[in-house]
Structure formats: structure tokens, C-alpha cells
Write a protein that binds this ligand. Sequence first.
Ligand SMILES: N[C@@H](CCC(=O)N[C@@H](CS)C(=O)NCC(=O)O)C(=O)O
Length: 221
Amino acid sequence: MGKLVLYGVEASPPVRACKLTLDALGLQYEYKLVNLLAGEHRTKEYTLKNPQHTVPMLEDDGRWIWESHAICAYLVRRYAKDDSLYPRDYFKRALVDQRLHFESGVLFQGCIRNIAAPLFYKNKTEVPRSKIDAIYEAYDFLETFIGNQPYLCGSGITIADFSIVSSVSSLVGLASIDPQRYPKLNGWLDRMAKQPNYQSLNGNGAQMLIDMLTSKITKIV
Ligand SMILES: N[C@@H](CCC(=O)N[C@@H](CS)C(=O)NCC(=O)O)C(=O)O
């Protein structure tokens, strides 16, 4: 097995999804902090490896891959002892893929980044209420995805759970989850919080992002 290095920063949801996956697989890896505020992801050295200059990025024996969903899927395919975290069965895998794309397009890009980018890059301090409404719309979908199963794709945990908990655990700081309205989502989040090493791998970073966002927001308009 080659040497694994994860490049990231704690507050980043996709970085935390990779950490949850690496830990669930019992993989040893080096963690390299990339200071985004200092522009360390924009250096020539970094962009030669990842021209999209994003975190997370995984180095595996001198080769680089970025985009958390691709990284998590790769890690399971390459290193897992069984396929439970990312099933080989075509239909089961399609279900996991659907949830991963939902995280990528709807939760991360449509909710988190859509709110965070104007705050961090344009010095905005007000958030349009429609952006908060979009979070609740996403919660409505998640409530139905979970249904009567313990995890997002059924009875076993998959990388879709790791990916989605990484963003939902930060979104709760902007749109709280009412257990009456979202009993399934609330139960799932509690279940995820009981996963091994959850707090150090995801909980602390999720709170960091909440603090970064809420310290910038003065008003929902
Ligand atoms: N969909 C990507 C999102 C990656 C992403 O946008 N990461 C942010 C931090 S949360 C980042 O690297 N921002 C710096 C930049 O885009 O230059 C993934 O899942 O890896």
C-alpha cells in the first residue's frame, strides 16, 4: 500500500467526509493542513497537483485526486475489505451515487457555498431568506430519502452518510432541524453523531464552519 496524504482544513465539509471514510476503513494517512485564508491552495505547487485549487485533495503514492465524492469512492474501491460502504451491486451503487450528487449539487453548492461565498469573498453580511428556505427544502428531501431506514441508503452506513452528514452538521447552524417536522433526519443525525470518532473527525470542524458563518451574518432579509 502506498502512502496516503489528505490535504484539507477542518471547517471544510468535503474534507470531513474524507476523514470519516478514511477512519471507517481503518487507513493510516498523513494530514496536511492547507491554509485557505493564506492562499496556500493557490500556490503553483498546489495547483500543479489540483488545478481546481480545492480541498480536499488526496495523494496516493505520488498521484493526486480531488473532489471528495471521487476520493471517498476511490478509497473504498481501492482499500476496503468489503463493498458495504460503496456497494458493487449496480442498483445499490446508483442509490449511493444519487445521494452523493445530492450532497455535491444541492447541499454543498446550492446551500453552503451559495451562502458562504458572498460572506467570505464579497464581504456581504445579509443572507436572503430564500437561501435559508432552500436549506429546508433540502431537509424535506432528506427526510424522504431516509424514510424508515437507519441510514440514507438502507440498513448499512455508506459513504453517502459520511458525505451528507459533513454538510448537514454545519447547515444546522443556519437552519435548525425541528425534530417534530424532521423526525427521520433528526434521528439519523443522532445516529451519525454516535459513530466512532465522530466529534474529532466531523463535529468540531462542523462547529468551526458554523462559527465562521454566523460571525459574518448580521441579518436574514
Ligand atoms: N465538491 C467539492 C467541493 C470542494 C470545495 O469547494 N472546497 C472548498 C472548501 S470547503 C475549497 O477548496 N475552496 C477553495 C477554492 O475553491 O478555491 C468536493 O466535494 O470536494
